[in-house]
Write a protein that binds this ligand. Sequence first.
Ligand SMILES: Cc1cc2nc3c(=O)[nH]c(=O)nc-3n(C[C@H](O)[C@H](O)[C@H](O)COP(=O)(O)OP(=O)(O)OC[C@H]3O[C@@H](n4cnc5c(N)ncnc54)[C@H](O)[C@@H]3O)c2cc1C
Length: 467
Amino acid sequence: MSSSSEIYSVAIIGGGPVGLCASILLSVRGKSHVLFERRPSTSIHPKACGINQRTTEIFRKLGIDETVYAVSGPPEVTGRTAWYTSLSPEGKEIASRYAWGAGPYAEEFSRYSPSKYVVLPQIRLEPILKQRAQELNPDALKYRAEVTDVREEEGDNYAVLQVRFDGKESEEDVRARFVICADGGRSFTDKLGVRCRDWLGEKDIYNMTTAHFRSPLSKFHSDPRNFITWFSHPDLGGSMQTGFLYQIGPWPAGPEVEEEWVLVCMSGATHSERLDKEAAVKRIRDTLRLPDLPIEMLSLSPWNVNAIYAKRYRATKRVFLAGDAAHRIPPWGALGMNTGVQDVANLIWKLDLALQDEAKYGALLDSYDTERKPIGERVGRTSLHNLRSHSLVMDAALGMSADKTPAENWAALNAYFDPAHPEHARRSSARRRRSTPSSRRLVRRWAGSTPRRTSTAKARRAGMTAS
Ligand SMILES: Cc1cc2nc3c(=O)[nH]c(=O)nc-3n(C[C@H](O)[C@H](O)[C@H](O)COP(=O)(O)OP(=O)(O)OC[C@H]3O[C@@H](n4cnc5c(N)ncnc54)[C@H](O)[C@@H]3O)c2cc1C
């Protein structure tokens, strides 16, 4: 094991969007730092797409907002969302609406901030962040560098990170006054356990797969203006089982540009089930009901839905958790990465002051925990509520459920589409409710008072109760 005598102001573990933003924010403040990322470069999975206005405000400070806007999705394909049975010629739109600051919401969003809500997948955002981080500090980012341990001795004014470079056997000690753990919560923090850390909330709720693929899908979609299309197919037992589809550019689009899409779906009933490439291709075609759809699979990513947050964001005196290392937020609300970027925007200026005078400002660092933890908790809870609304509101209003036979689900859906059906007026409330900002009232109504209801007790047994 070798060791350098340099003491960095800050060491960042993880070069995802949160770690990269932390690096840029430190550079903007002229702070020496180092970032360790175990992969060779940025992520290959599209993941986050929705970038909210608070985050683009921070991007303005980082000097990348205009670059991000230039390659983000244009409003004509990112401002609407819809619910469909399938994209086949027989497929039907159940409901659709404007979202994400588009259409009737544009004026309201512009009142909150001059910065824009934009759609750009993480695979195209991270290279922008990486380039900016390297522009400001060419030596800070260390790729193929895995942190394997962090130690903090009583009385030392630094922490020691153990780092393995380029997959070598040997490790090096690196010292830093403060450490930001932005490792996504999957490897370092979970395996090694940062002291005083625990997870609160609901864990491993659903077992999901994200499939990223090329396909000329817009010509099969009856309304390609929809950014996210949710599917609720009677044969598959409703929306959570069926999945959702979103388009990810690349933008600007052009005749030479091949369309990329993402399908997110449940992988199976047990947490060990994973979709391989062949199964994922079949699943996409089955969900969309397009048996001959040309598909070039680009990446598959398994993940679990969690709504959890760390008990302490200031894990030790010198180690701070940020982003997914501090909270895992179900993506139904597009807030995981946004919350993480906003975590480090809160933390970095405080670290800057503590680096200047730790005796005076050391205690200020506790306010990172006080201010950010309730946000991580609340955002996790509301995002989980959004997810469950698909089963408890949309499917329940339509009369569909995974417990019913396909024939029963078809009968319920036919009532929704047939104006002459006696159930039609009640079932079509799903369309009206999807246009309202809050679905809580309908959760109560459909979970508690209809003949084909999903009882609260049954919903709880199925892990679906709204929190
Ligand atoms: C399908 C899906 C859709 C989503 N959509 C949205 C959305 O629209 N908007 C939104 O805000 N969020 C969204 N999210 C969530 C978002 O992707 C995450 O919140 C975000 O990636 C968290 O960023 P991070 O930097 O904290 O962690 P990660 O992106 O997980 O990055 C952590 C990095 O740390 C590295 N690392 C791990 N361990 C070590 C180690 N020991 N040493 C060195 N490096 C290490 C990893 O290789 C990785 O690069 C979505 C997620 C999914 C799955």
